[in-house]
Design a protein around this ligand. Structure first.
Ligand SMILES: CC(C)(COP(=O)(O)OP(=O)(O)OC[C@H]1O[C@@H](n2cnc3c(N)ncnc32)[C@H](O)[C@@H]1OP(=O)(O)O)[C@@H](O)C(=O)NCCC(=O)NCCS
Length: 184
């Protein structure tokens, strides 16, 4: 005791090999535009509560899928979700609405990637579109044994991409500090 304990590695020891693991190595570099995902979903009765508005968990599931596809496109590798930053649901999304989800990688470290996901609710009858929620999800690329695997170096070309990268680096620091607190 006394000494501060380091965050424990959570990767289990190599056990089962993942079947049909992609053979090619990931590229050395990648650009955020390599990762872009756009998804459109229609809100059906099975997605909604008794008030006819969508369950938060359904949106969270779509957000995770969009983020995972963006990270996989970027890394050309299987990924797992390692963290989800907070989500706020700003407007109710009603049955019959269309949900538009956009995802992009905003940062890549050695093995992890931050994705930004924007969710808009569209009333297709009136054309009104409103931001419903947004989130930052982090994914880790994994090798055939489920261990963290190197991802391509992040290429930020435009001023906007560089601004987003700086903001992502700050969020990463905060996120890792929170994760350390949770793990102890
Ligand atoms: C993701 C996982 C493989 C990482 O293993 P680990 O032993 O923690 O590996 P490391 O400590 O080397 O971290 C790997 C990367 O993830 C980052 N990371 C770890 N925990 C994180 C967190 N809570 N939030 C954001 N990034 C995190 C590290 O900073 C590191 O990034 P870098 O390589 O880009 O510098 C492991 O935690 C795991 O298998 N988690 C379960 C994932 C899962 O099953 N998800 C589905 C939902 S339950």
């Amino acid at each position: 005791m006394g000494k501060k304990s380091k965050r424990q590695k959570s990767t289990p020891p190599p056990s089962q090999k993942i079947k049909d693991f992609p053979k090619a190595d990931p590229p050395a570099t990648a650009h955020p535009s390599d990762s872009t995902v756009t998804m459109t979903e229609l809100v059906l009765p099975s997605h909604t509560n008794a008030l006819g508005t969508i369950f938060g968990g359904v949106v969270m599931g779509w957000v995770d899928i969009a983020g995972a596809i963006a990270a996989q496109r970027y890394a050309r590798s299987p990924v797992v979700t390692v963290s989800i930053d907070y989500m706020h649901f700003i407007v109710p999304i009603k049955i019959g609405y269309t949900v538009r989800i956009r995802a992009n990688v905003t940062y890549a470290g050695k093995t992890s990637m931050e994705t930004e996901i924007l969710v808009d609710a569209e009333n297709t009858f009136t054309g009104e579109v409103r931001r419903a929620t947004s989130a930052y999800l982090t994914y880790v690329a994994i090798d055939e044994f489920g261990r963290p695997r190197r991802v391509p170096a992040f290429q930020a070309n435009t001023a906007e991409e560089k601004r987003k990268l700086k903001a992502a680096e700050k969020r990463r620091e905060q996120r890792l500090a929170i994760s350390k607190l949770i793990a102890t």
